[in-house]
Design a protein around this ligand. Structure first.
Ligand code: TYM
Length: 332
């Protein structure tokens, strides 16, 4: 395979990433860094569209970096950086806002959902323009692939639309990116409410498996996961959303096929199955959690790594931005 550009981002909006982030996106980030030119960004500016508390926000940004490295993102192989360290994101973001239509921005489901949740008055303008900043994140790096979960599909479509529009009006400037969305794992569901996606902003903490939770807490959450009618361990998203979600989690982490897992649990109940899922998850996450906590003990080192990443990112970002300005006719 020839080298491809890869770009993705994650918001530092909670103390820990959750298993949905990992299976939907971060696992692919780690895989794609081999043989590609990967840029991974902690999108702190996007996180400003929600409530933040400064001291906690700073801590969460560093905890995000520690978790990404602990999960296997290597600062030598990939360019790992913080969005606010590379000013070109805001600069191209503005250009994207001037290109996007009010109507198409209004159709973004994530904006509609989030603004509906808090009431129209509490929604910030930044929440509305969020997808245009995301488009800038992607287009600045001329990305071929954007590894994300299912919920980001629409944002990537918008990014492609904006890139196409810009290129046709002002000349070839941006590469059209493609979403890299896996089949299994692109949408991991809440353990307590297996028809809703596992989410940092979800009401139930007990339905969310956090990477930095203790093994005991995660084991308990899995053992008390909501299950479905019947007692057969079978993948059936319609009739058995809870069991299907647990099968996806087990299979994605253990590398075993769903059919193989169904076979193993023929004649056994949900209890045995949940015990097995808990063991797989806990053993998978144990070294990751330990590594992340170790990394967090040396903040200076983490910050240095992020600064080095930003420097590398800036080289690519500034070249795209200056070409964009030139094509727009901005006087240099
Ligand atoms: P964020 O921070 O909400 O989530 C990070 C990644 O995790 C995926 N994800 C899930 N995947 C499967 N199941 C789930 N339950 C689940 N929950 C979250 C998300 O799809 C995402 O890939 N807008 C983005 C951040 C962003 C970005 C970018 C992404 C900003 N700029 C540029 C890619 C490229 C977001 O809010 O992700």
């Amino acid at each position: 395979m020839t080298q491809k550009r890869v770009l993705s981002g994650i918001q530092p909006t909670s103390d820990s990433f959750h298993l949905g982030n990992y299976l939907g996106a971060l696992k692919q980030w780690v895989e794609l860094q081999d043989g590609n030119d990967a840029f991974y960004c902690i999108v702190d500016l996007h996180a400003l569209t929600g409530e933040i508390e400064p001291a906690l926000f700073r801590k969460r940004t560093l905890a995000s970096a520690a978790q990404l490295i602990a999960l296997g993102i290597s600062p030598e192989k990939s360019t790992l950086f913080v969005q606010s360290h590379v000013a070109e994101h805001n600069q191209l973001g503005w250009i994207m806002e001037c290109l996007a239509g009010f109507g198409e921005a209004s159709r973004m489901t994530q904006f509609k959902d989030k603004s509906a949740k808090g009431g129209a008055d509490s929604a910030r303008v930044g929440l509305f323009t969020y997808p245009m900043l995301q488009a800038a994140d992607i287009l600045l790096y001329q990305a071929h692939y954007v590894p994300v979960g299912e919920d980001q599909r629409q944002h990537i479509e918008l990014t492609r639309d904006l890139a196409t529009r810009f290129n046709s009006r002002f000349g070839e400037t941006f590469r059209l990116p493609e979403g890299y969305i896996v089949k299994a794992g692109a949408k991991i569901y809440d353990l307590q409410e297996p028809t809703a996606k596992m989410s940092k902003s979800s009401g139930s903490v007990s339905g969310v498996l956090e990477l930095l939770d203790s093994p005991e807490v995660n084991a308990k959450k899995i053992k008390s996961a909501a299950t479905d009618a019947g007692r057969e361990v079978k993948f059936d998203e319609k009739e058995k959303p809870g069991i299907s979600n647990l099968l996806t989690i087990h299979s994605s982490l253990s590398g075993r096929s769903i059919a193989d897992l169904e076979n193993e649990f023929v004649g056994k109940g949900y209890g045995d199955f949940k015990g097995a899922v808990a063991e797989v998850v806990v053993e998978y996450l144990r070294p990751i959690r330990q590594k992340a906590l170790e990394l967090l003990e040396d903040e200076r080192h983490l910050i240095d790594l992020l600064h080095e990443g930003a420097e590398k990112a800036r080289v690519v970002a500034s070249s795209t931005l200056s070409n964009t300005y030139k094509n727009l006719g901005l006087v240099k």
